[in-house]
Ligand binder design. Sequence first.
Ligand SMILES: NC(=O)C1=CN([C@@H]2O[C@H](COP(=O)(O)OP(=O)(O)OC[C@H]3O[C@@H](n4cnc5c(N)ncnc54)[C@H](O)[C@@H]3O)[C@@H](O)[C@H]2O)C=CC1
Ligand SMILES: N[C@@H](CC=O)C(=O)O
Ligand code: NA
Length: 921
Amino acid sequence: CGASPSRSPHPAAAFAAARPRRRPRPAAAPSHRGVNPQRWRCEKTQAWSFWSSLRASDLPGGLYGDVSKNMLKPAAAVSVEQAEASAHLPKGDMWSVHKFGGTCMGTSQRIQNVADIILRDPSERKLVVVSAMSKVTDMMYNLVNKAQSRDDSYITALDEVFEKHMAAAKDLLGGEDLARFLSQLHADVSNLKAMLRAICIAGHATESFSDFVVGHGEIWSAQLLSFAIKKSGTPCSWMDTREVLVVNPTGSNQVDPDYLESEKRLEKWFARQPAETIIATGFIASTPENIPTTLKRDGSDFSAAIIGSLVKAGQVTIWTDVDGVFSADPRKVSEAVILSTLSYQEAWEMSYFGANVLHPRTIIPVMKYNIPIVIRNMFNISAPGTMICQQPANESGDLEACVKAFATIDKLSLVNVEGTGMAGVPGTASAIFGAVKDVGANVIMISQASSEHSVCFAVPEKEVAAVSAALHVRFREALSAGRLSKVEVIHNCSILAAVGLKMASTPGVSATLFDALAKANINVRAIAQGCSEYNITVVLKQEDCVRALRAAHSRFFLSKTTLAVGIIGPGLIGRTLLNQLKDQAAVLKENMNIDLRVMGITGSRTMVLSDTGIDLAHWKEQLQTEAEPANLDKFVDHLSENQLFPNRVLVDCTADTSVASHYYDWLKKGIHVITPNKKANSGPLDKYLKLRTLQRASYTHYFYEATVGAGLPIISTLRGLLETGDKILRIEGIFSGTLSYIFNNFEGTRTFSDVVSEAKEAGYTEPDPRDDLSGTDVARKVIILARESGLKLELSDIPVRSLVPEALRSCSTADEYMQKLPSFDQDWARESKDAEAAGEVLRYVGVVDLVNKEGQVELRRYKKDHPFAQLSGSDNIIAFTTSRYKEQPLIVRGPGAGAEVTAGGVFSDILRLASYLGAPS
Ligand SMILES: NC(=O)C1=CN([C@@H]2O[C@H](COP(=O)(O)OP(=O)(O)OC[C@H]3O[C@@H](n4cnc5c(N)ncnc54)[C@H](O)[C@@H]3O)[C@@H](O)[C@H]2O)C=CC1
Ligand SMILES: N[C@@H](CC=O)C(=O)O
Ligand code: NA
């Protein structure tokens, strides 16, 4: 609920502007997420018990005087003389202070709701601070502006103000109360008319004239509410705070309360009107000379805080239209939670970032007396809100609890002043920031490495040109003499800040934050942390800011590890993977906190994109009805530019060389790549090495387990051996599911061509089965394992025995090849029979020979009792002979082709990625 319109724009309007406007909900609506009621109660009790254990002598004197004098009972009916003779200000936690802003007081119905809330508060004494009805303060300023620009329409504008209040009063009140309110309203409006006429004649309004006019909004709303409460039979007075609150202007649109004088006046006021329910005007006050003034920005919140401290309230409740303070801007982080508590210092930090928290000056008066401030939603009173109080001592000390919230500020520039002439030269910082001050720019953060060779600081983007020009002028000589090498401006930056009081004493907070950013491939340009450690600030590229916020928030708040997935090639493996993702998504979310969203699916002709995730039950229909022409660049941009999910992965389920040629660029963009496609790892050696070097140098991952042995753990087994220092001597095996199936089943009456067709039907073959029969697919797998083991071989270095007859090598399509294949069945039958006669079987094997640094791909004959002769179906068998596994090789065996096992291998790479990104193991 806004207070005054005189708020100057805050550097980060982020949260304030972000408040989701909620419709009023039934009181019982269970909308409150993330708040543990038990914990909330504990903390509340603690704050209260702290308060009640406080003795008057514990409290500071000074500005507030000797409070022990003021611990007096409320006066009943006393004379003015008696009142002046003794202090009559009732204090202690019997006072409950509330503040309702303009939105809460927006209509007659809302004013009635406010009255109901106050009536339900069981506190002994209640002091309620109210803003003007919503829009009224603007209307009042408008009156003054019109009058001073001699625009006569101020008269009709004043009539509108009058009508608005008269209508509200007629809705709310009746009988004598209505008559009294309207008669006062008439009198006020006719005074205002006279004053505005004077302003109009003079063509000018002094600040105090303007404040006098504007303050009527609060006066009328306080009167309306007080009548609405009285209507129920509860005695209630309204307080014109200009009689009570005394403030001194300090310049820069701020005022300092004069607590001593205000306290005296408040006592006098109580002596005259000893009510137990008081409605006070927010925002307005007087100078020591009794000239009307206002409390400026966030005025009504400030009024409530000052009054709360004067009466030493048990609690100050600020009623607004959100459930409390969020852990991050909920527009940017949908999983943001309402914080149950914030320390005063944390609230300060958050308010700087424009969060929906109080302005620091609002916190100072109540902080002195450890008075808790509770921010609550008037439109959802079942939500307990956020309590701002002293740091609860028993709050858990784990890493996640240390960071309370994250905030961002956009539209910044970094200025970097660099040069060897700065080190050890006193006054450099003063000269830099003197120049910045001279152009009136606001420095938002500063960072200097201890080598003193550079100082960098962030300023609002709109101020950076002036800052840069001023620094160039100021350091002209140093720049031309080379003592300074540059004054550089880095545009389009944002700040991400982690806020939490307990970060100060907890190791690992920064490490966790930076790890989350690194894993989301976010580059940090500058870092600042004061030694109070309430706030760690990082500067990053503005385009990365929301992703950074989400990555950091999800790490600390243990929200789901979210992964935006793009699937390329929804063929046999791609569509099987999509089905597996659909079936397992709920389990992953529930059990492992992993949220996988398929943001796009592209085939070679069409693609479908989504901003939040494709419904995997209907992706096929969508690809037909809602598709657009396939465009791989657009597809990748869509995934990488999504701001909702910090982690992105492309899953290439094609067999396409051109798709594979993009992996390097994708990894460079911070997009993880997972694939069963063998083309990149078995393609040109230089490209492969470049890709792997990039992968190793970054936090971006490239997984390809399914390229060898489909879902069988071949690559991971080899990696495990290598990384633990084993020495690989030889890898030998049957690497082709297709050829395994063919030679396991090609016997008796079945022809070779029949069995090849069966393998194709079963989904074991490559999109073009000639890749299998030519031995190329096995050669690719041999190359992949050889390179993984450290050999620098090209595909052409592997001698291959092709099973494609010479006459069929010129077939232009796979179909033509399959049609012509039966004419060679006789040749195959003969070869098989020869082997059979010798008690042997045919097996197509691949070998990586690490001793001789070579690879082979051959059709061999094995005795029937050899392990390679014992296979069935599409089984692969891979034997690793190593220094540790020398006598008996380490053997991995199982189906090495087929849709389910291959898609399963790709899926398990996706989950491996999620766990690298922080999902639980
Ligand atoms: N089938 C199996 O058992 C195994 C397959 N693999 C590999 O999995 C990959 C996929 O194999 P399958 O699904 O069987 O092949 P498939 O031919 O059924 O599917 C490939 C899909 O990719 C699409 N595609 C081709 N080029 C494209 C492009 N430039 N952009 C977008 N889409 C494109 C095709 O239209 C097709 O839908 C291959 O690389 C294969 O080597 C790996 C291990 C086992
Ligand atoms: N076509 C391949 C599939 C796996 O890579 C095979 O048959 O092994
Ligand atoms: Na594998």
